[in-house]
Design a protein around this ligand. Structure first.
Ligand SMILES: Nc1ncnc2c1ncn2[C@@H]1O[C@H](COP(=O)(O)OP(=O)(O)OP(=O)(O)O)[C@@H](O)[C@H]1O
Ligand SMILES: [Mg+2]
Length: 281
């Protein structure tokens, strides 16, 4: 079944479940916040993505799942401009765009948290939160490029506090934080700036149970507004709990687009492993 929000791939059989909430019906009538159409990407002889259609709507959390090497991170990197597709197209609210780098997608309110955590370890927490968006002092000092560190520190502190992320000192170098704390800062940064779409690649992999739940809560808060979230995770119970829609990648192709209320963790596993296809579903 083809639909405008469809993670639909012509090359393979795709399961699209029928159940909908009223809210989802409403969102599908509007342009997607961000959409990939027919996106293909190869690395040498490796075909990482093969004609992928993927869309994210306002107020929607989409889980992107698949085995190791299925193409999840490659798709996220293409959606934010960190990688270029070999062919295919990106659209923001229905208009074609070309992102030459994540700077271009950032300008459109799209923020990404990479699986391999791209925080600058030699910079402080607050410098990371404001990297590329440094606030200058007002007046003549600002015109000479003097930064307003106090304002940035206050803002970074408020951001972390509002998200319940416990970092003692926002002036501390990120390299001194634990892996989980760094992950939390990266997510906080994305939430602080991502006004349209958050692309989160394994945002809870390094987190303790409580912290992972906190991030889950944050994601649900964020999508109460107009933001859309793409969540890549191997934690399928968490994906099933958090996501409105679950898209399964198998060797670079989308094989299933499942609605949370119509599927189970067991069924998602079957799609990930390819067992669902081989059973003829
Ligand atoms: N920069 C690269 N150069 C060469 N091959 C790459 C590169 N990035 C990804 N690949 C290949 O593309 C395929 C998809 O990789 P990708 O990182 O997108 O998978 P993934 O679904 O994110 O996996 P994981 O769950 O392990 O993170 C893999 O075969 C991988 O080896
Ligand atoms: Mg990955």
């Amino acid at each position: 079944m083809n639909e405008p929000n469809g993670a639909v791939n012509e090359a393979r059989p795709v399961q699209v479940s029928e159940g909908r909430t009223a809210r989802k019906e409403a969102t599908t009538l509007r342009n997607a916040l961000l959409e990939a159409r027919g996106v293909t990407r190869s690395f040498g002889t490796v075909q990482a993505l093969n004609g992928v259609d993927f869309a994210i709507h306002p107020g929607e959390v989409v889980g992107l799942v698949g085995d190791n090497g299925a193409g999840k991170s490659t798709l996220l990197k293409i959606l934010c401009g960190a990688l270029q597709p070999s062919s295919g197209q990106l659209l923001v609210e229905g208009s074609p765009v070309v992102f030459h780098s994540p700077r271009d997608s950032r300008e459109r309110g799209i923020e990404v948290v990479y699986q391999d955590l791209a925080l600058a370890t030699e910079l402080s927490v607050l410098e990371n939160v404001f990297l590329g968006r440094e606030q200058r002092r007002t007046g003549i000092l600002g015109r000479f490029g003097i930064l307003d560190r106090n304002a940035m520190a206050r803002d970074a502190r408020e951001t972390l506090d509002s998200l319940g992320i416990e970092i003692h000192d926002v002036a501390a170098r990120c390299g001194l934080l634990s892996g989980g704390q760094r992950q939390a800062v990266a997510v906080a940064k994305a939430i602080r700036w991502g006004s349209r779409v958050l692309l989160l690649d394994e945002p809870t992999a390094a987190l303790a149970v409580m912290e992972a739940e906190k991030i889950g809560g944050l994601v649900r808060e964020v999508v109460k507004g107009e933001v859309g979230v793409v969540l890549v995770s191997h934690n399928l119970p968490q994906v099933h709990e958090l996501c409105d829609r679950i898209v399964v990648l198998l060797r670079g192709s989308i094989v299933a687009n499942l609605h949370r209320e119509d599927t189970t963790v067991e069924e998602i596993v079957m799609w990930i492993t390819g067992a669902a296809r081989s059973r003829g579903n």
